[in-house]
Design a protein around this ligand. Structure first.
Ligand code: HEC
Length: 82
């Protein structure tokens, strides 16, 4: 019982894991992950795209303000184009 609880809380706490996983999970929920398209923009503009998705395309239903910040930080600092 205790173990089940710990596993449950751990799973909830680490979902969806890293910022990269969060980006991949959230930004592919309406369309495929558009990495090629994203890579046509200079990296400094990538965080703004997350805002546009939330404000104009309804992504605020899927991506919370807190998650948006994590994804924006990931796109600016860690995201690598293929
Ligand atoms: C609620 C649904 C939804 C979510 C979630 C979402 N998008 Fe979109 N996205 C759209 C719609 C609708 C369009 C415009 C129509 C199309 O191109 O399919 C679009 C278009 C785009 C485009 C193309 C813009 C262009 O000018 O070609 C990119 C890039 C993009 N989204 C990236 C993202 C990223 C990055 C995320 C995660 C932060 C994301 N989207 C999350 C709905 C969403």
């Amino acid at each position: 019982m205790l173990i089940a609880l710990v596993v449950l809380i751990y799973g909830w706490w680490r979902q969806p894991g890293t910022p990269e996983e969060l980006f991949q999970a959230r930004c592919s929920s309406c369309h495929e992950l558009r990495v090629e398209r994203l890579c046509e923009f200079p990296p400094v503009l990538l965080p703004a795209i997350v805002e546009v998705m939330r404000r104009e395309q309804g992504a605020d239903e899927v991506i919370s303000a807190e998650e948006a910040l994590i994804i924006q930080h990931y796109l600016k600092e860690e995201f690598l184009c293929p």
